[in-house]
Write a protein that binds this ligand. Structure first.
Ligand SMILES: [Zn+2]
Length: 293
């Protein structure tokens, strides 16, 4: 399931194809994604220009010249593919190689840039929605989201205040999108390992009784930012190296320190621990019981 770094990589991959380009034609092959696409979806996009492509948590936000914002979410299995219309070869390859998956190409954007952008989603948990820019602050999908972890507003004071008095585990607190937006199971495990904090630790212990940050909160915020930035950098190199040769924008190769590494040696220098897997709130947690306290 894509998390913030994957979505940010998709955004950067889509930017050259979509930003400042007009929707020349929009095809909807299946409108029943996680929610049905809005009425006249294609009509509200066709002829409009994408004035900017942004991101909020795991949502892509395309600002349109009409004053609408196109909200897009990859869900569990969504991905975008970009092909150049001018390149006959790419189109041929697209039809050939992608034929077996084409049934899952639910939405196809033909952009005035010459790019064809397809949204493919076998499980259809992804979604697209049109919201007036003026009403974006009240949009229920976004309204309750916490701060962006890479934004300047997200710091130890803010995280400690959000965890003040919380008796849940630190892992559960970080997965709560109201505490911090866009983190999922993988990067929470990675950040906690980097911060040397146990995922089982009570969330309130990163704050004083009054909600001021302690040294653990400082370490954790630093680790969250470092883990996300490193993953976004890997996503960027996969875009640059053209590893995504079939035009796919979605998951990319990133080396995790603890995630999915049960039984392996802990990568913390000097630590002799072994990565352990436990289940918290129904989901796997990977951590080192020796150096994560
Ligand atoms: Zn360790």
């Amino acid at each position: 399931m894509p998390e913030l770094p994957e979505v940010e990589t998709v955004r950067r991959g889509l930017q050259p194809a979509m930003e400042r380009a007009r929707f020349a034609k929009v095809e909807v092959n299946r409108g029943d994604l996680r929610w049905p696409l809005p009425k006249d979806f294609a009509g509200r996009l066709q002829g409009k220009t994408v004035t900017g492509l942004g991101r909020r948590a795991k949502y892509l936000l395309a600002d349109l010249s009409s004053g609408d914002v196109l909200l897009m979410h990859l869900g569990m299995s969504g991905s975008f593919h970009v092909f150049q219309e001018a390149d006959g070869k790419a189109i041929g390859r697209y039809h050939h190689e992608r034929a077996q998956h084409a049934a899952h190409d639910h939405v196809v954007f033909h952009m005035s840039s010459g790019a064809i952008v397809t949204f493919n989603d076998p499980r259809r948990f992804g979604s697209m929605k049109l919201v007036a820019r003026a009403k974006l602050d009240a949009e229920p999908l976004l309204a309750r989201l916490g701060p962006e972890p890479l934004g300047n507003a997200f710091d130890a004071a803010m995280l400690a205040n959000a965890c003040k008095g919380k008796r849940t585990s630190l892992k559960a607190a970080l997965l709560d999108q109201r505490v911090v937006a866009g983190l999922g199971n993988i990067y929470v495990c990675e950040a906690l390992h980097r911060a040397r904090l146990s995922p089982k630790r009570i969330a309130a212990t990163i704050a004083t009784k009054t909600g001021a940050p302690n040294e653990r909160a400082e370490r954790l915020v630093e680790a969250i930012k470092a883990v996300l930035n490193a993953a976004i950098k890997d996503g960027g190199s996969s875009l640059r190296d053209h590893k995504l040769t079939d035009g796919e924008l979605g998951m990319f190769q990133h080396r995790f320190r603890v995630y999915d590494r049960e039984g392996e040696k802990c990568p913390t220098p000097g630590c002799r621990g072994t990565i352990k897997r436990i289940v918290q709130n129904g989901r796997s947690t990977f951590y080192c019981p020796v150096c994560q306290k």
